[in-house]
Write a protein that binds this ligand. Structure first.
Ligand SMILES: Cc1cc2nc3c(=O)[nH]c(=O)nc-3n(C[C@H](O)[C@H](O)[C@H](O)COP(=O)(O)O)c2cc1C
Length: 411
């Protein structure tokens, strides 16, 4: 097959909000809201996807980070790329580079992790709203209007101060705001529904409500109760990528789609016509084992009985995972038809003409850092991660085995 890849279609995020009663949004998730997962949830009622948070400074300085942290294809839209940054030149520089390949850019002001706070990133940004406003303004001035600029934030202890912050960001030019309605010190528990309503009543831009949603019913209720123009889900989409369709758990067809998406992302275009037996090679193109396996671990949480999950969760090789899926669930990867394959093929992202905005803004801001093609190398795949390890602990706890309804799987 010839190396002919379809161009990406752009989407207007403002129009999108106007077209739907409320938008159903896949949250930014480090390690997890990557191209393959975005492709899956879009097939199940998700209107808008966020990439995982990317560190803007690494992205601007390191070609390796650019290659690893962001991949996309012609069908990967509507798409918002999220960056963590605390300087105008890094955020706007990174935004300008990815602008041709997405529909909007988001500033992470919600991450409560210690390392982020120590670097003055994530929720620490909310201590200095002026910087956030400057970042939004400069982004608006640098990138054409249709492109959306948004902020994902947590709430403060004081509702009025939270509303004031949102007003300030809207005034600076934010297209919409995603609000995780818990404070930085609350990791679980009830969200503050009142403040979501108050914010949406106090600003004109759309508010995307986030936190603790586990079903489509809950999304409907929250949107109705608060008037918010979008709802965003993280945790519950991992275990149930079909959540936005109203399904209470993923079907085997959903797992099949996941295997197909992952498998097809490993086939070079030049080999397409030679494929005989679909199989994932041990060092595949555009897919790492963590991404493939962790999502299956999450999805199979509601599909496989615990004693089988204990075996599955410990697998470490593509071959073993594929053998397990075939033996236990009769699932095997399938090659896409030519059109689907072309649209799903990774775009080659060329940043050489757009990196100059970063260097110009950096020099204007009189930053003295040396411009080197390396930095703060951030590798979200270096370990399994604490989120995944917690899941493993849950499944390894000794308790009574559940009774399983196998018939319902095939519905
Ligand atoms: C595994 C994982 C990774 C996350 N990564 C990010 C991220 O990259 N950027 C961000 O703004 N929030 C991140 N979050 C927070 C979620 O986007 C969301 O705000 C939070 O989980 C609450 O939503 P939920 O109750 O639906 O899970 C992450 C959450 C999880 C579970």
């Amino acid at each position: 097959m010839e190396e002919e890849i379809n161009p990406r279609q752009s989407h207007n995020i403002n129009d999108l909000f106007n077209q739907r009663k409320y938008l159903k949004v896949c949250a930014p998730m480090v390690r997890y809201s990557k191209l393959q997962f975005r492709t899956l949830v879009r097939q199940y009622g998700c209107d808008l996807c966020f990439t995982p948070m990317i560190l803007a400074d690494s992205f601007c300085k390191s070609s390796h980070a650019r290659q690893n942290e962001f991949t996309t294809n012609a069908d990967d839209g509507p798409l918002i790329v999220q960056f963590a940054a605390n300087t105008v030149h890094e955020f706007v520089g990174a935004a300008y580079m990815v602008a041709p390949f997405c529909d909007g850019i988001d500033l992470n002001c919600g991450c409560p992790q210690r390392w982020a706070k120590q670097m003055g990133l994530g929720c620490a940004m909310l201590d200095d709203p002026e910087v956030i406003s400057n970042i939004i303004k400069e982004c608006r001035n640098t990138i054409p209007k249709q492109f959306s600029v948004s902020v994902k934030m947590r709430i403060l202890n004081d509702d009025k101060k939270t509303v004031d912050l949102c007003r300030q960001f809207e005034h600076a030019g934010a297209s919409f705001l995603s609000v995780h309605a818990r404070t930085a010190s609350q990791s679980t528990g009830d969200i503050n529904r009142n403040v979501l309503k108050l914010i949406q009543e106090s600003v004109r831009c759309p508010i995307v409500a986030n936190g603790g949603l586990t079903s489509l019913n809950e999304c409907d209720e929250l949107a109705l109760e608060t008037g918010c123009k979008g709802v965003m889900v993280a945790n519950s989409l991992l275990t149930n990528p079909m959540l936005f369709t109203g399904a209470s758990k993923p079907t085997l067809n959903c797992v099949q789609k996941w295997i197909n998406i992952c498998y097809n992302s490993t086939v070079p275009m030049s080999s397409y016509s030679e494929v005989t037996e679909p199989k994932i090679s041990s060092r595949p193109l555009n897919l790492n084992f963590h991404c493939f396996h962790h999502h299956l671990v999450f999805m199979l949480e509601k599909i496989l009985p615990k004693y089988k999950r204990r075996v599955f969760n410990k697998l470490k090789e593509f071959d073993d995972v594929l053998a397990f899926l075939e033996a236990e669930l009769l699932l095997k990867p399938q090659l896409y038809d030519v059109d689907t394959f072309r649209n799903s093929y990774n775009l080659t992202l060329d940043y050489k003409d757009t990196i100059s905005v970063y260097t110009r803004l950096r020099d204007r801001n009189a930053c003295n850092e040396a411009f080197v093609d390396e930095s703060n190398e951030y590798n979200s795949e270096a370990t399994d991660g604490s989120y995944f390890n917690k899941k493993l602990e849950q499944v390894n706890e000794d308790d009574v085995e559940e009774v399983y309804d196998w018939d319902s799987l095939y519905k």
